[in-house]
Design a protein. Structure first.
Lengths: 478, 390
């Protein structure tokens, strides 16, 4: 029996950044050692949308599509819904067949390596693949070291039978250390007791235990992607891990992205592979405590979007975090029931248009009489649109002007662009128009601006998050 | 079918009237319409009522027609509410005309009412978006102004139009509204004010948007068989046209025209046997400045792309070739959603009766009213004619 291999990695971070000095100005100190700046999710991003971004990149660079996935894992410490199987939504967004086996891992920052461990146990799957999506955006109280460090990012790994990345060895280790990093039920803020020496011991003892159990030698390792709740703790584990500081620095992202939680070691691995590393240690730590160590070898292709683009002030940061913003006001928003949302989920997640059986015109949404020939008794052949398009009509909804269900979004991230976009058909010059927000990254959106689709949070109603497509200015795509 | 005539029409002032209810506003409008009938009319001569309302704020969403008419003393007659967003009472007047023309009523009242200013800003935000396409368009965070702003962006991209042209609509309509004692915002504004106002939804600023108002309006329609009892100066409903269009802008064939307006106007003209050139004045649906420019073209006052120059040349001013919105329009007179269409017909009735005071259009014989629902999902056009020699 052949072992499952790593075929590719996709990595993603939001484009927003905040630098440590902003925290120093606001608080008089910055409590995340070794973090210079960090990534911040936009108001309409969360672990699911970031995970989808990484997954699409991983599939793309590996030369697969969602249809090839038969094992789908989602790992995060910050699931957008505390209870609900989010792999179903991810599968729909990515076009994964409904027969897929799914795994959800959460509860500690080693959820990602646990998910990869399980996928490697399960695979390979012949010509089908496993997709392990690890995405995280931790959050703490505004004045806590957890929050000061908290970054955001995601990675996705394609697992198949003949990829270039070989997992030489993998181990797991647990040792009881409660209270180092935790979140109680119903709370969205992670905290810790802050017992410095105890926390360090938990970290080094469990990681050391996992690494000690590896059969292979770590001497020839090019880089070690080590769990990084801040920029200092990983280096305190050099002795326990048996690697030097330089080797850890070769896969280090915490200084520029912050604490990316469960995704930390995988984003680190992605950057090391980009830099040419061929032999890699993954050392993930999860509070409680436990650790996973994995030794990877090979030239794993990576597609990533890890660059920052917009720097936030601390006030803008607090808005994004929802610390100083309003929720949907009394009186409610336009009501779209969850079942009716679900009926159009393929359109909202994957831009599935329909071709009219009577006249052949593309319809979006494919529902009711044909928009071209007005024939009522038609069927629509599903046509997945490529997602590229051109702005046909556009406005910016000024601050304070959003309808109730978008007050929270506007409160967090300000004026937004709303447009009519002509989406390209599968071929030729055929288009079909849709209404969409346009993510513009501070660029002006005009008639004729080229855009392409991504999936974001549209809004949340009755506690249920609604995801759907938004367009982004193509020029801003990273 | 027999002819229908407007024998009376009246409205409340439009504005913010926290002491009035939707029912008291409707009652005042009915009273104003009844007292405007030249030879008088008794309430029991009214056979049917149609009340236009979007129902902003919720209030009496079910049976709001009977609830309004019972308060107005129109007890026992068939009464129903018609909802077609901002075109609700344009359609209510059309329904009254249909009732009369069909022979089911000799006299019918078509009116409308809306209370919009007594709600919290949160509740107002909710209600102002309910006429946009809900499942797709509204879920991009657009508002009513946002969709018109999208049309403006496409229009300004395609034709020679600037934000200054949009602001000139406000200047003209405020100049007219300043002469209308019933206007909500009855003050003049300078082009500078109207250019430099805060942006609402780019490219539309505050002066490119109408206010939200309270108000009621009612129109009495009588058949040719009974019209002579009520007036010696009959005003004939020469043509009525109405049409619908896709509710979401993104599903339309054009963003630089409102096809329902165009087709409603065509049917009204053909019924009346007139050309747009024959009109002496028009009350058009200027909920946003771009809407007035589109109306010039949709209603055939000028060719596509020429509305800005038509406006800039003064052709639609009170003393121009075809005065548009002598009342002040939605921009200055106000926009109590369900009352707007009947309010336009009330203005036309006043103009054709020579009772429009300071804003009277000279020798007004043939006038048009144009009422649009939402961003154009529905439109209704009336052509009204003063019968000079009968």
């Amino acid at each position: 029996m052949t072992d499952a291999q790593i075929a590719a990695i996709g990595a993603y971070t939001p484009r927003l950044r905040i630098v440590a000095e902003e925290f120093e100005d606001a608080w008089g100190s910055f409590d995340a050692a070794g973090v210079e700046q960090k990534a911040v999710p936009e108001a309409d991003e969360d672990a699911l949308t970031m995970g989808a971004e990484a997954a699409e990149r991983a599939l793309d660079v590996a030369g697969y599509s969602g249809a090839d996935v038969c094992h789908l894992a989602f790992a995060t410490t910050s699931p957008p819904m505390a209870e609900e199987d989010l792999t179903a939504r991810l599968a729909n967004v990515l076009g994964v067949p409904d027969s897929v086996t799914t795994r959800t891992m959460t509860g500690s920052t080693r959820a990602g390596t646990q998910a990869l461990d399980a996928a490697l146990d399960a695979g390979p799957w012949g010509d089908k693949i496993g997709l392990v999506i690890v995405s995280d955006c931790p959050k703490g109280a505004p004045d806590s070291d957890v929050e000061h460090a908290a970054g955001a990012g995601s990675a996705a790994l394609v697992v198949d039978g003949d990829g270039p990345g070989t997992v030489l060895d993998r181990t797991s280790h647990v040792d009881t250390y409660p209270g180092t990093r935790f979140r109680t039920g119903g709370d969205d803020r992670t905290t810790g007791l802050g017992v410095t020496q105890y926390d360090r011991e938990a970290f080094t003892a469990t990681l050391g235990g996992a690494v000690d159990a590896l059969d292979d030698s770590l001497e020839a390792v090019d880089a070690a992607a080590v769990q990084s709740p801040d920029g200092k703790l990983p280096y305190r584990a050099t002795a326990a891990l048996g690697v030097d500081a330089e080797t850890i620095a070769a896969a280090e992202t915490v200084s520029s992205l912050g604490d990316t939680g469960a995704a930390s070691v995988f984003i680190g691995a992605a950057t090391a592979f980009i830099e040419g590393a061929e032999r890699l240690l993954l050392a993930a730590y999860g509070s409680g405590a436990g650790a996973n160590a994995m030794l990877l070898e090979g030239t794993v292709p990576v597609e990533s979007a890890l660059d920052g683009e917009t720097e936030l002030s601390y006030a803008e940061y607090l808005r994004r975090r929802g610390e100083i913003t309003s929720d949907e006001p009394e009186g409610g928003g336009a009501y779209v029931s969850v079942p009716s949302w679900r009926r159009t989920i393929d359109q909202r997640h994957r831009l599935v248009a329909g071709r009219c059986s009577a006249c052949g015109a593309l319809n979006f949404p494919p529902d009711g009489a044909c928009q071209q020939c007005t024939e009522r008794s038609v069927t629509f052949e599903p046509v997945e649109l490529p997602g590229t398009g051109t702005v046909e009509a556009v406005t910016t909804i000024a601050q304070g002007g959003a309808p109730p269900e978008f007050v929270e979004q506007q409160s967090k991230s300000g004026p937004f662009v709303s447009a009519v976009v002509a989406l390209d058909g599968p071929e030729g010059t055929e288009t079909v128009s849709v209404a969409s927000q346009v993510l513009n990254g501070d660029r002006k959106v005009d008639i004729g601006t080229a855009v392409d689709a991504t999936v974001r949070r549209i809004y949340s109603q009755e506690g249920v998050i609604r995801y759907g497509f938004k367009m982004q200015v193509s020029e801003t795509r990273r | 079918m027999r002819d229908a005539y407007i024998i009376g029409a009246g409205q409340t002032p439009f504005g913010a009237m926290p002491d009035e209810s939707y029912r008291s506003l409707f009652t005042s409008a009915v009273a104003a319409a009844v007292s405007s009938v030249p030879n008088g009319i008794d309430d029991d001569e009214i056979d049917e009522a149609v009340v236009g309302s979007l129902g902003v704020g919720g209030r009496q969403l079910g049976l709001s027609g009977p609830a309004a008419t019972e308060h107005a003393g129109l007890h026992g007659i068939p009464s129903s509410r018609i909802e077609n967003a901002c075109a609700a009472s344009g359609y209510a007047v059309r329904q009254a005309v249909q009732a009369v023309k069909s022979g089911m009523a000799d006299v019918a009242i078509g009116g409308g009412v809306e209370s919009m200013t007594d709600m919290s800003s949160d509740v107002t935000k909710y209600w102002l978006g309910v006429s946009g396409e809900t499942e797709w368009e509204r879920l991009t965070g657009t508002t009513f102004s946002g969709v018109y702003a999208q049309m403006a962006s496409a229009y300004m991209d395609r034709y020679d139009a600037t934000t200054e042209h949009l602001s000139m609509v406000a200047v003209k309509n405020h100049a007219n509204g300043a002469k209308n004692p019933k206007a909500h915002l009855g003050f003049e504004c300078s082009l500078e004010d109207a250019v430099n106002a805060p942006v609402v939804a780019d490219p539309l600023n505050l002066y490119h948007c109408c206010p939200t108002s309270d108000g009621g309006a009612a129109v009495l329609v009588a058949s040719e068989d009974v019209v002579d009892q009520y007036t010696d100066d009959p005003i004939r409903v020469a043509g009525v046209g109405a049409a619908s269009e896709r509710v979401g802008l993104f599903q339309r064939d054009t963003y630089t025209a409102i096809p329902s307006s165009e087709s409603a106007a065509k049917s009204a003209y053909s019924q009346a046997g007139i050309d747009p050139d024959d009109l002496d004045f028009a009350e058009v649906h200027d909920c946003f400045a771009i809407a007035e420019l589109l109306a010039y073209e949709d209603l055939g006052f000028c060719d596509r792309g020429n509305a800005p120059s038509m406006l800039a040349d003064g052709k639609t001013e009170l003393d121009g070739e075809i005065p548009v919105n002598a009342s002040g329009g939605l921009k200055s007179k106000g926009h109590p959603i369900g009352a707007t269409g009947a309010g336009q017909v009330t203005e036309a009735f006043k103009q054709l009766s020579g009772k429009a005071g300071e804003r009277q259009v000279e020798d007004a014989t043939l006038g048009l009213t144009h009422n649009v629902g939402g961003s154009g999902g529905g439109a209704v056009v009336h052509v009204l004619e003063r019968e000079v020699a009968r």
